[in-house]
Design a protein around this ligand. Structure first.
Ligand SMILES: [Zn+2]
Length: 345
């Protein structure tokens, strides 16, 4: 009898462990996981992770969110960056909240799903009761674009670069448009090509698309009156990743950040990472991307084969810090990257 009890207990334990493991597995990746469609997500994750996908999920930046583990994600948190401007961490990429007496301007919408939307709205309500009037979305990945549809339904103007809309419709290696494990983000109700400037109450916000970088539909949002810029995944606390199937480009990225650095700001909100950073941090990040690009082109010219290119860049570029080239360019994006650097002048 005692033996039976023990066996029963062991069986229950094994079953329970299995259930827990299963629950955890999928969850790891909420972020872009696949969203990137795979590409992003997949890639990243696979790769080294990287930020977006990988990172996010796994580890990096967003790690926070997902890392939490299993069924429970790290809860969102809102923190003041400047008077009237806040950032909300976790639950996907960082969101920026600009509060005015006429309403709120929001940047990025968190992971796709009602619980993320509701949690984000709950965080915003701790600092203002004003309605969300404008939403800018920095790029197509679901951990930033996930809840476009909810904000459109709620009556906001949701503004993106027209490249984001194209990514949704025709992006990806198969040309079928971005999707993710969590689903496909809804399209925005306002798009722009080069820039879009708005005024709300005493605040201004300026959206810019400076070119291809993390994706082909990136937006950076500049708040000139408080000297803050929200950079989405063009700038992250951990390492970057270039989503080539969604139009991203490592070589163009450094030029885009050069344009960003011309803006008069002192504080940058990264797409992932728990704290606001400085203009000097953006400069250092730009320099690393530029160094990688130049080294890559040089190595390609010398005939370095595709399967060695990332390792060669990694070993021959002294100042990469914690960045791993297998995450910056994950396996799924390697062909496009190699093609780009091989054709570069
Ligand atoms: Zn992203």
């Amino acid at each position: 009898m005692k033996r039976l009890l023990v066996m029963g207990f062991v069986a229950v334990f094994i079953i329970a462990s299995t259930i827990v493991l299963q629950a955890q597995a999928p969850q790891g990746q909420p972020g872009e996981r696949r969203g990137g469609g795979q590409r992003d997500g997949g890639a990243q994750r696979g790769g080294g992770g990287q930020r977006e996908g990988g990172a996010q999920r796994g580890g990096d930046a967003r790690g926070g969110a997902q890392r939490g583990g299993a069924p429970q994600q790290a809860p969102m948190a809102i923190k003041m960056v400047k008077p009237g401007l806040y950032m909300v961490t976790n639950g996907g990429g960082n969101s920026t909240v600009r509060v005015t007496d006429q309403g709120v301007i929001l940047v990025d919408t968190k992971n796709l799903g009602d619980q993320f939307y509701n949690e984000l709205m709950g965080q915003i309500k701790t600092v203002t009761n004003q309605p969300i009037k404008y939403v800018f979305v920095t790029h197509v990945h679901q951990d930033h674009a996930g809840n476009i549809g909810k904000f459109v339904q709620a009556g906001a103007q949701v503004i993106t670069n027209d490249g984001l809309k194209r990514n949704l419709e025709t992006g990806g290696a198969d040309g079928k448009g971005y999707t993710s494990a969590a689903g496909k983000p809804a399209p925005p109700n306002v798009t722009y090509t080069k820039n879009k400037k708005i005024k709300l109450g005493n605040a201004r916000a300026e959206a810019y698309h400076f070119g291809r970088a993390h994706t082909g539909g990136d937006t950076v949002v500049y708040f000139p009156d408080v000297k803050v810029v929200s950079l989405g995944d063009e700038f992250v606390a951990a390492q970057p990743n270039a989503d080539y199937p969604m139009g991203g480009s490592l070589l163009e990225w450094s030029k885009v950040l050069t344009q960003v650095l011309k803006l008069d700001f002192d504080t940058a909100i990264p797409g992932h990472g728990n704290d606001p950073l400085t203009k000097a941090d953006v400069m250092a990040f730009q320099k690393k991307i530029d160094t990688i690009g130049k080294k890559a082109v040089e190595l390609a010219k010398k005939g370095t084969p595709k399967d060695q290119i990332r390792a060669q860049i990694q070993s021959q570029t002294g100042d990469l810090g914690t960045w791993q080239m297998t995450g910056v360019i994950n396996d799924q994006r390697l062909d496009a990257f190699y093609d780009e650097i091989s054709k570069a002048k």
